[in-house]
Write a protein that binds this ligand. Structure first.
Ligand SMILES: [Fe+2]
Ligand SMILES: [Fe+2]
Length: 241
């Protein structure tokens, strides 16, 4: 397996973070559960794009397996927490809608295919991010399914392209580029946030001592004004009585 930057993070940083902050581990596993559930629902919408009963059955099997992954992750997260899990329900944006064309659908399905191969590598690494045996077992089991999905979605993509392998490969390359670009923008956003926080911390320590007195005066002035406001309110209420 080629070690990508995200793989490096999962392999060397995640185990440390999960050890130091167990809640982060629970949050990550809960998030995986929600992503798996969302992908199952999105895949369910794909079935109507083919009349072939064999492909329909394969797609439905895929949907069920994604739901199963969601359940496994959710049970794992719950086994780590005696508190109620913060399972916020994000709004769902259906990728496949009534206006989706066959070409758009093929692009989406190619994207699903590349996602399967990425996630399979990630889950194999997550399996070793903790000493916990149950966690390892679940991540390896899910990774094994994702490996099968990679092969299955590849075959279905070619079938959906009416056996045109060249078209399927082109769609795959296009979706890989889109995926890389998406990862790049997310990484840049995160790096930008870190740099911004660093600058703000430097400014705080450099400028802070000089504005301390002014800020204090401002606070006192506000406090006095607030007290005056409250006294006026009380006086007004008394007048009404
Ligand atoms: Fe999955
Ligand atoms: Fe999958």
């Amino acid at each position: 397996m080629k070690l990508k930057p995200t793989h490096f993070f999962i392999k060397f940083i995640t185990p440390l973070i999960w050890k130091l902050f167990p809640q982060r581990k629970i949050n990550a596993i809960t998030r995986f559960s929600m992503i798996e559930k969302d992908s199952a629902v999105q895949l369910l919408e794909c079935i109507r794009f083919t009349k072939d009963p064999k492909i329909q059955a394969d797609l439905f099997q895929h949907v069920l397996e994604e739901f199963n992954h969601a359940d496994l992750f959710e049970s794992l997260a719950m086994s780590y927490s005696d508190k109620h899990l913060n399972l916020s329900i994000p709004s769902r944006e259906n990728v496949i809608t009534d206006t989706t064309t066959m070409e758009d659908f093929l692009k989406f399905y190619a994207y699903v295919h590349t996602g399967e191969s990425d996630v399979n590598e990630d889950f194999e690494l997550y399996a070793h991010a903790s000493d916990d045996q149950l966690l390892r077992k679940i991540f390896l089991r899910v990774a094994m399914d994702e490996t099968r999905h990679t092969v299955g979605t590849d075959k279905i993509l070619v079938d959906l392209c009416d056996g045109n392998t060249r078209k399927a490969r082109q769609l795959e390359i296009y979706s890989k580029i889109r995926r890389q670009y998406k990862m790049y923008t997310i990484a840049m956003k995160n790096i930008g946030q870190v740099v911004f926080n660093f600058y703000m911390a430097v400014l705080y320590f450099l400028i802070g001592p000089f504005v301390f007195q002014t800020a204090r005066k401002q606070f006192r002035w506000n406090k006095r004004e607030h007290l005056q406001f409250m006294q006026d309110q009380i006086a007004e209420a008394k007048n009404k009585i």
